[in-house]
Ligand binder design. Structure first.
Ligand SMILES: [Zn+2]
Length: 369
């Protein structure tokens, strides 16, 4: 079984929006209540792990007696709050995460509900959800009929928009595609990548303009008095721009990865450690903005869907310093040298030379070179 999630914009009525706000609040309330109890139990038994494990998590039903208004919202959303906290504790005990924290009002507004006895259905631009009945949504793509809906997560953004992420499950047996067309990509700070055929994936102009606009808006915000009306207004403006930019970036990354996945049978990339790289090069923000990580994630599943391959080669492979024509490796190559010139007479754009080397190394790994 394979999972795939579909995200759509939701348009609740005013009444539904009120119930959603109530549900977000109840989920947070139940989460914090259970956490409160668990902290007491933890304090009491922290030296006795077995005793700690035997103490079962309280269920939301327990609170419904004292707080009857909890019955007004989707009970599966509350059950998931408990499961999430349980998971947070499991992660804490295994050392993967810190001690669970209380959820504040400022935390992300969202909840997850599950499909039980066909309680969630999609039809004609609407989705049926527990307690909410039919909520309007903009379904810009179809969910294939063989996909079974398992769960839905409803989120409200800081700018007041609603989204639903529909998690589906389906039977999937992918036959590996015979590899004929291969391309190498060299990561590029400015354009995302340069490929072994010399093409650059350029971020669209409107995206760059939006980034400049955001920088200006942030400067204005920093000058306003924190907490003032004008500050709140500007903060919303910044949040809206952030949202717009994140969407534009995601759109671009989806399109770029879709084109590659459709055109090639295998794509070769360097296995870059972005975190280490941004620290080492002090590029911090721009590496992060570049969305390379997101891009490779999209590329990976878009290729896999078609039985194609994403090949990662060692990040220590000297892709930039090697001549893609004769194989000589230069002792040094400064970042300012945009042209690669080799003793053998080969001259090429530095990034294209690197992309060709990456492709060749990938072919070696595939055993088809
Ligand atoms: Zn050479």
């Amino acid at each position: 079984m394979t999972n795939k999630a579909y995200k759509f914009r939701l348009y609740p009525t005013q009444e539904q929006a009120q119930l959603l706000a109530k549900t977000f609040g109840c989920v947070r309330f139940v989460y914090n209540k259970i956490l409160e109890e668990r902290i007491q139990i933890y304090e009491k038994f922290k030296d006795d792990k077995e005793a700690l494990k035997q103490h079962k998590f309280p269920t939301p039903a327990k609170y419904k007696r004292d707080f009857p208004w909890l019955k007004e919202v989707d009970s599966l959303a509350l059950a998931n709050a408990q499961l999430n906290l349980q998971k947070a504790f499991t992660n804490f005990f295994s050392g993967r995460a810190g001690f669970p924290k209380f959820k504040s009002r400022k935390a992300k507004q969202s909840y997850t509900t599950n499909v039980v006895n066909g309680n969630i259905k999609l039809a004609d631009g609407y989705i049926q959800l527990p307690k909410l009945k039919w909520v309007k949504l903009k379904q810009h793509r179809q969910i294939p009929v063989h996909h079974i809906i398992k769960a839905c997560t409803i989120t409200k953004t800081k700018t007041g928009k609603y989204f639903i992420s529909i998690l589906t499950e389906y039977e999937h047996q992918q036959v590996p595609k015979e590899i004929e067309n291969v391309v190498g990509l060299d990561f590029s700070m400015n354009t995302l990548y340069v490929d072994s055929e010399g093409k650059r994936a350029n971020y669209p102009r409107f995206y760059r303009q939006a980034l400049e606009k955001l920088a200006r808006a942030q400067r204005v915000l920093s000058r306003r008095r924190k907490g003032s009306n004008r500050w709140h207004k500007q903060r919303l403006k910044v949040a809206k721009l952030h949202e717009k930019i994140a969407n534009q970036r995601q759109d671009f990354l989806h399109k770029a990865s879709r084109q590659l996945a459709n055109r090639y049978d295998a794509v070769v990339i360097e296995d870059l450690n972005m975190k280490g790289m941004s620290q080492a090069l002090h590029f911090g923000q721009s590496v992060h903005d570049n969305g390379w990580g997101l891009f490779t994630t999209f590329l990976q599943y878009k290729l896999a869907e078609q039985g194609k391959k994403l090949i990662k080669i060692d990040k220590w492979f000297p892709s930039s310093k090697m001549c893609s024509c004769c194989g000589r490796v230069k002792a040094s190559l400064s970042l300012t040298e945009r042209q690669f010139r080799c003793e053998c007479g080969f001259v090429a754009d530095r990034d294209i030379n690197a992309a060709i080397n990456i492709k060749k190394e990938g072919l070696k790994k595939l055993g088809t070179a």
